[in-house]
Design a protein around this ligand. Structure first.
Ligand SMILES: Nc1nc2c(ncn2[C@@H]2O[C@H](COP(=O)(O)OP(=O)(O)O)[C@@H](O)[C@H]2O)c(=O)[nH]1
Ligand SMILES: [Mg+2]
Length: 291
């Protein structure tokens, strides 16, 4: 008999939720970056191990909403908690538990789902810091507490055991060899955005969205991927294109290399910059962009 379930991965921005989902899945299904608001949609990563399947739902970090996009992101997280069989609550070993964490803990207590707390980034903290964090979080009385480093892979085995132990008998939701439910065009768009996030300065990343409408297989075996890079103001054009097109070329080359690894065929990535005024604030634009 197989066992399976949905596990919602929640926590403040930047604590390492997406890194952890990738580590548990064993493949990159979600982009990561040191910036908040990197994850903008719920991505399901699938980790199948023998007769147990974990469906890990990566979510945007919970934060105070500043606009329509922020509100939608928070709603996504609460929706994901409501549907989950278990919750993985991620804390950063280096960051003191704050009001944001307490709010999440309260919501989780109300939801009644079993919660596994992980204290992540132990590679950067001292044993004392990790222990203190575990003790403080222990006051919440959740199902289990596991110190890990998602980046280095430490503590993943005990964590997997805890999660697998919480799964009820039931059929697999996805074929065992599938790693994500994300359509290729979404992953392609996310990879382009990730490359931009690592190269742009503070303000701009929030104004940036990438949309891939469809991926076309050409007769010569090349995968043609047209990607629109949306910014909010014409004045931002120079910032995403770079001097003499340097930046957009570098981003394109990095993203293309990763896409070719992913799809295993040559890729022609066609990046175009478009201005869409205030897209984060407009309901219809967000719909069109797939949020
Ligand atoms: N040192 C260290 N860095 C980590 C670890 N996990 C995640 N990070 C880094 O923390 C940043 C945020 O990670 P990300 O997964 O995007 O966080 P999210 O916003 O919660 O999804 C990235 O720069 C990651 O490389 C970890 O275990 N150790
Ligand atoms: Mg993330």
């Amino acid at each position: 008999m197989t066992r399976s379930g949905f596990i919602s991965v929640v926590g403040r921005p930047n604590v390492g939720k997406s890194t952890l989902v990738n580590a548990l899945v064993g493949e990159k299904v979600a982009i990561t970056s040191p910036r908040p608001q990197t994850t903008r949609n719920t991505i399901r990563g699938v980790a199948t191990n023998g007769d147990v399947q974990l469906v890990l739902v990566d979510t945007p970090g919970l934060h105070k909403p500043r606009n329509v996009l922020g509100e939608r992101l928070n709603k996504l997280v609460y929706g994901s908690i409501a549907e989950a069989d278990a919750v993985l609550f991620v804390l950063d070993a280096e960051q003191p538990i704050g009001p944001g964490d307490r709010l999440i803990a309260e919501r989780l207590t109300e939801s009644g789902a079993p919660v596994v707390v992980v204290v992540n980034k132990i590679d950067r903290a001292s044993n004392e810091e990790v222990l203190a964090q575990l003790v403080r979080a222990g006051e919440w009385n959740f199902s289990a507490y596991v110190p890990i480093s998602a980046l280095k892979g430490d503590g993943l085995e005990p964590l997997r055991d805890e999660l697998e132990g919480l799964m009820a008998e039931g059929p697999f939701f996805f074929p065992p060899d599938m790693h994500s439910d994300q359509p290729d065009r979404l992953l392609a768009a996310e990879l382009v955005r990730e490359k931009y996030l690592s190269r742009l300065r503070e303000e701009l990343p929030h104004s940036l969205a990438v949309v891939v409408d469809d991926i076309e297989e050409r007769d010569n075996g090349v995968l043609y991927i047209p990607a629109s890079v949306y910014i909010e103001r014409p004045s931002q054009k120079g910032m995403v294109i770079g001097k003499g097109g340097e930046l957009i070329k570098a981003v394109g080359a990095e993203a293309r290399a990763e896409l070719e690894l992913l799809f295993g065929v040559p890729v022609f990535l066609d990046l175009r910059v478009k201005v869409e005024k205030d897209w984060q604030r407009k309901e219809d634009t967000l719909n069109r962009m797939g949020f």
